[in-house]
Write a protein that binds this ligand. Structure first.
Ligand SMILES: [Ca+2]
Length: 430
């Protein structure tokens, strides 16, 4: 059972408020509610089994020509798992002013997730299957949302409205039941770039800090003791300044959560024409561009194709060695170059025209066969402003509503990008 309470106070109806003419409506709201997380699957308490053509089938009859389908463990269960709950407190107001031309909805919220359910890796000795869910701790999302909309008077030939939907939140894993627990997430391609740890945002990026490229032997000799150090290779920062580069020099190097997101709806109407635009942007979020691993490093999948970015490697003709973005091309790279580092972390900020629709209502004589005729052109994802070097900066949408949260948000594994589309349409009403 998940309870909820809310209360509102329409201040604009109070006697003392009657003199404030430019405000048409003002309502204060406050609420508290608890919900479970519906995004997590069923049967988490049980080990589940499934077929696997590669690893579960066996020629048990010894025919040498056919196999019988077998079953193997698909996911480990956890008998002690229980519901995760998120308690949301929100305080806000709705305002309408200036003849209702301006509307504003504002909310401050705090979402506290308790008994947070995450998939936690188990030792490989148990066998290969999806990791079991465990109630690992608590997470807090605190932030604000507001929607502001300005509409022109409607009794004109040209009318318009412009809005802003703003969301800002701060995420923190406030408590893990084992405070020293480190939940490492990722896949083989990016060598587990994401970490969830008490006191940090969920799914933070963790790895080496790249401090440039060794330009000469003098720099190599002067640097902390680093395995594989050589001219033309990454220089890794000695974060704890103890003269040795080792695991304790890895640190949190990126936060996949945005500083804020922005939606901007716009509508314009002039006589029979209408134009609707919807812009969306995410600002200040880091993306772990895992694609760079197999596009830019010669020793990863040794004989496969590379991106042309490797032509900018240190030592290539025409490349300034002081600003080369990549170490020297080599089949024998030190392993640290392929491990998560600041090289893979990029600013994922983008602003995109998600949708644009231009329509025209063709004027028709009344009483004809066709009552209404509208022609329109619609574009999806026509324009994107970003400095992100991957195919699509819209890598994932973090979920500020709490509820589990993703331990691997913001990792670009080369998923299919949002395609550009242009459609022409015709709507007829008879
Ligand atoms: Ca060190």
């Amino acid at each position: 059972v998940f309870p909820a309470f809310s209360a509102g106070w329409r201040i604009s109806d109070e006697a003392f408020f009657q003199g404030v003419g430019f405000i048409n409506d003002l309502k204060l709201r406050a609420g508290w509610g608890q919900t479970g997380n519906q995004e997590i699957g069923n049967y988490l308490i049980l080990d589940t089994y499934g077929p696997n053509n590669e690893t579960a089938n066996y020629d048990i009859r010894g025919t040498n020509t056919s196999v019988l389908n077998g079953l193997q463990t698909a996911a480990f269960g956890n008998p002690s798992v229980k519901w995760e709950a998120t308690a949301t407190t929100n305080v806000g107001f709705n305002l309408a002013a200036l003849n209702n031309q301006l509307t504003l909805e504002f909310d401050w919220f705090q979402r506290l997730t308790t008994d947070m359910l995450l998939q936690v890796p188990v030792p490989t000795l148990k066998g290969l299957a999806n990791n079991p869910f465990r109630n690992v701790g608590e997470m807090k999302n605190t932030g604000i949302d507001f929607s502001l909309l300005w509409s022109s008077p409607l009794d004109r030939p040209f009318t318009y409205s412009v809005g802003v939907n703003f969301t800002q939140y701060k995420n923190e894993v406030t408590k893990l039941f084992d405070p020293n627990q480190i939940i490492v997430s990722g896949g083989y391609r990016e060598y587990n770039a994401s970490r969830t740890q008490q006191g940090q945002p969920i799914g933070s990026f963790y790895g080496w800090v790249i401090d440039g490229i060794f330009q000469n032997q003098g720099e190599v000799d002067a640097h902390a003791d680093q395995a594989g150090a050589a001219v033309g290779r990454w220089r890794i920062q000695d974060v704890n300044e103890d003269g040795v580069i080792n695991d304790s020099d890895r640190s949190f190097i990126g936060n996949p959560h945005p500083d804020f997101t922005l939606g901007v709806p716009m509508t314009f109407n002039y006589k029979g024409f209408d134009l609707n635009l919807f812009w969306f942007g995410s600002f200040g979020n880091d993306v772990f561009n895992a694609n760079k691993l197999f596009l830019n490093f010669q020793s990863y999948f040794t004989n496969s194709q590379r991106g042309k970015s490797i032509l900018q490697s240190w030592g290539q003709p025409g490349v300034d060695p002081l600003t080369a973005p990549l170490p020297s091309i080599s089949q024998n790279q030190p392993g640290t170059e392929l491990q998560p580092s600041t090289y893979f972390v990029e600013d994922g900020t983008y602003f995109r025209l998600n949708q644009a629709v231009l329509g025209y209502n063709v004027p028709l004589k009344s009483g004809g066969l066709v009552e209404r005729l509208r022609v329109y052109a619609q574009g999806i994802n026509l324009l994107t402003f970003t400095n992100y070097t991957g195919i699509d900066p819209m890598v994932s949408t973090p979920n500020p509503n709490g509820g589990g949260g993703d331990t691997q948000i913001g990792v670009d594994r080369g998923q299919y990008p949002v395609v550009k589309q242009l459609m022409l349409g015709l709507t007829m009403t008879f």
